[in-house]
Structures are given as structure tokens and as C-alpha cells.
Design a protein around this ligand. Sequence first.
Ligand SMILES: Nc1ncnc2c1ncn2[C@@H]1O[C@H](COP(=O)(O)OP(=O)(O)OP(=O)(O)O)[C@@H](O)[C@H]1O
Length: 554
Amino acid sequence: MEKQPRLLCSELCVQRRPYEVTLNCAILAWKDVQIGQKHTGRAIYGTVKAGSHCVHVCEIIAVQEMEDDSPSKDTGKWQKVPQSPVDCQHTFTVFYIERRTRQHCWRCSNVTFHCPEQSLCLLWVQTIREQLGLLTNRPKRLLVYINPYGGKQRGKQIYDHKVAPIFSQATISTDVIVTERANHARDHLKTEADLKKYDGVVCVGGDGMFSEIMHGLVSRMQQDAGVDESSMEETLVPCGLRIGIIPAGSTDCVCYATVGSNDPVTSALHIVVGDSQPMDICSVHNEDSFLRYSVSLLGYGFYGDVLADSERKRWMGPARYDISGVKTFLSHRYYEGTVSFLPAEGSLGTPRDKMQCLSGCSICRQTSSDRPVSKDEDSVSDAESRDTWTVIRGKFLAINAASMSCACPRSPKGLSPSAHLADGTTDLILVRKCSRIDFLRHLLRHTNKDDQFDHSFVEVYRVKQFRFTPRHQECDSEVDLRENGAGGKRFLSQICREHRACGCMPSQSNWNCDGEILPHTAIQVRVHCQLITLFARGIEEQPVFEDPYTHCAI
Ligand SMILES: Nc1ncnc2c1ncn2[C@@H]1O[C@H](COP(=O)(O)OP(=O)(O)OP(=O)(O)O)[C@@H](O)[C@H]1O
């Protein structure tokens, strides 16, 4: 790391021990001057050598001058007077992010420095504040929507007790709206909200609430830019405002995939430091009508049936997903249809390359630098003329499109462990008709480390667009193609498609679109690369212990 010039260096006291405290534009470090160089290698970004501490300036939340709590003040009680090498009357406290040993969880920690003179104390406070002021990615004003009924109905409590105090410490001002009905946040964002006033929108709730806010914001951006969402050909305008997710739902899959945990304090701290994680969005159309956007899972067959069945069992609470899962598995229904897709080509990864999308992912970064700047360059018709569509017809137990890994505590690797958040693609997983026991083997692999795609009946493709037509909606030419040469069968099929009552009609499933049922089964899906940005940084790799005094070069 390049050596940065020191801005300040003083001997200050921490818990009445003398420390050499240094600041440059990247690092604040403090080293116990009395302790030797013995390594402890314990904390992360905290103590590395005994008595040596280091914090990145970009992970400082705030600095505050404090009332001196020196025990030398007369409290009326007997107390031992510690020996301090300097008379430290003036104090300031630095609040910073500390990584916890629990996976990807952050906490707000603090250290109080005692200074011998007030002028020195003020100089430190002012210089640190100046450095924080240079971090232009931090939000100053946020619009917050709270779903009081999401998850265990603790959204309001979580925000008031865990998140609001952090925002206020970081001097972020907020306008808070507690929703009164489903789609309140979406409609407010779409029509009323004065978005120019804000640096970001915060969603307190689960995946359903996030989806509402994403829909509201994306639609508003298109309206303002005069883009017609109902046309699949249109290139959508990216959202200028970042979205923060404070997890307060039942599954919190989007938060888990972009932060690595579903901890509200960690999410609040990612918002405060102004992290940015771009994310792709799939638009879903039925012919010329726009249906919905999806960021995580589009599932037909198994996941569609589980959702449809669980919706009828809402009264059971979260247990309904397990019960519907078992019921759907036992019913072992398969569905016929045609899947066509435009494969993603070039240097992007593949769904089976085991390259997990982590913080600073090189594949997503490369995609972002390769993205066309002009609207015309990326039109659907252009893409279609360059690329060729692959067509697959068959009987499927499940058709899933995972635009992110969809990892969650139940499925730590997710449906597609190598799916990327922002590479402009979705992983299309086709599970063909197979025996119950084989399907069970495939499903169980979502919960362990084995490759869930390593089955003869599973195919996975990384795609930019896809379409699905259920068999009964296929036009005659498609059916003719499939049944080429089988004259009798074709005739029978024609009759069956026209006579639902005869019972040979292939049954239909529903599309599960990020937890919502779509009203149509024939759909066209297009991935819009990096359409939104979250206050997140992706999942960080486990930190390496490093010596701040050698590598941070302070
Ligand atoms: N005030 C409200 N009253 C009723 N429903 C609401 C209200 N505000 C939001 N909603 C709706 O509640 C639904 C579920 O909310 P949310 O996603 O927060 O929780 P969840 O379903 O428990 O969690 P998850 O989606 O992570 O499983 C959302 O689709 C949202 O549209």
C-alpha cells in the first residue's frame, strides 16, 4: 500500500496509558508506547500487535468531543488515583466499525483519547471530521419506509432501537414512513416522494418489502425518463438513489446475499459508510404487458407450486413453507413446455465455475466496465441479431432462474452458488422429469456442499434473456416441430389442447417471482445489468490478519 503522509501524530492517553496516535487520510492508528512488539493476532482490524490498533478512516462512523470522565474528579468516594504520564483533561471519542467473529457481522465500537490540551483535542476532532467530510459517498439524508407487519412484526422496534441511534450518531437525517397497507411504499415512491431531497431510500422489512421499494423506485425512474416499462425492447434507466435494506422479514434473502448476514446493525453500518453494491434486475413480460421485476428467484414448477400452496396456508405462519414443500415434493408434478434463451457469452464465468460473487467481484467489475453507454447499443433487437437463441422442449419438474446465489441460512450455498449479483446474467436451471428419489437427491444438495448440478437430469445455463411457453400455449408450428413425424400423436394432441375436460391436458404451474405469484405462465425475461445499487459491499472474504504498521504504512 502506498505510504500516505501523516496528518497528525501525538502522544495521547487511552484508559490512562500513553499511546502514539497517528492519522493519515486512510488510517487512524494508536500504539501503546510501553508495550513491546509481541504479536497477538487476535482481533480483526483491531489489535494486531499487542497494544497496536488501526482503523480505516472510511470505517469511522463519527468523532465526538466528550466530557472528561477523569476519576481524579471528586466523586465523594475513595478511589485509587492512576498514574498518568500526561495530565489529560480533554477527551474525544472515535466511533468506528469493528468486525465480529460471527460471520460478516459488524458492530459500532469506540475508543476515547485523552489530550493534555484543549487545543490539541480540538485539532484532532476537527482533522478527523475534515477527513470524514471528504468521503462523498456517505448519505446525509434518507427516506425510510418501515413495514410494521413484516417477519415477527418487529420492524418498528428494530428501527427505533438499533438503527435510528446509529443514523443519528452519524448525523444522517431521516424522513420515516411507517406503512399502513401493502404497496403503500411502492405507490408513495412512484408518485409522491420528492426524491431530489434524498441520498437514498431505506427499507425496513423482508424481501417482499424490498421488492415493493425496488418496484416503486425503478418505475419512478422510468416514468421520469419517459421510458415505457411495458415494452421489452426498452433499455431501462438505472436508479440514481441507493437502497438500504434493514432486515426485518422472515427470510431476508436479498440482504443475506448482498451483506452476508441478516443483522440490522450491520446493515445500518453499511448505509452509514455509504457502501455501494450494484445489482441486476430481470424484467418479466407477458407479450406486451409488463408483469414484474425480479432480483433473486424466478421459479416455475416446484418453487411455483410450493408458493401457491403456502399462500393458501398463511394462517400456519412460517411452518407453511415446510408443509407445502413436503406436499409439493410428494405430488411430484412435472410440466411440459418450451424454454428458449440467449446464452451469455464472452469472458463472463459459468454457473459451475465455483467463482463465488464476493465483495469487489472481478466478473461484476468487468461487466460494469464493458457496459454500453449509449441506449441504442444495447437494444434487444441488436442482441438478438448478434446472438442465437437456444430452444429446449421437455418435461420439467422445475425451471428456476437465479439472478443471485439465493443463499440463506437454510441453503448456505443457495440455488446457484456461483451466480453473480451484477454481471448482467441470470442462471437458468432446468430440472427435467426424473424419479422422486433423484429429485430428492438434487434438493438435498441445496443444503450441503455437493454440486447440485451434477445430475444427468439437471442442466444449467448462464443467460441474458429467456422465454417460457407452457405446452398448451405453444403455437401449432412449435407442437408440429416437436411431434414431427408422429401423425397420430399430433392429431391426439390437437384434440387434447382443445378439450380440457378430457384430462390429457398438460397441467400448469405458476411462476414464483421473488415470492409473488405471477398471473401468467408464458413469460419473457430480460436481465437489465446493474439497474439498481444497494448500500452494501457484497460478501467480504474472511479477513486476513495484517500488521497495520507495516501494511497501512502510517
Ligand atoms: N402496513 C402494511 N400492512 C400490510 N402489509 C404490508 C404493509 N407494509 C408492507 N406490507 C406488505 O407485507 C409483505 C411482506 O412483508 P415483508 O417482506 O416485510 O415481510 P415477510 O414476508 O415476513 O418477509 P420475507 O419477504 O423476507 O419473507 C410485503 O409484500 C409488503 O408489500
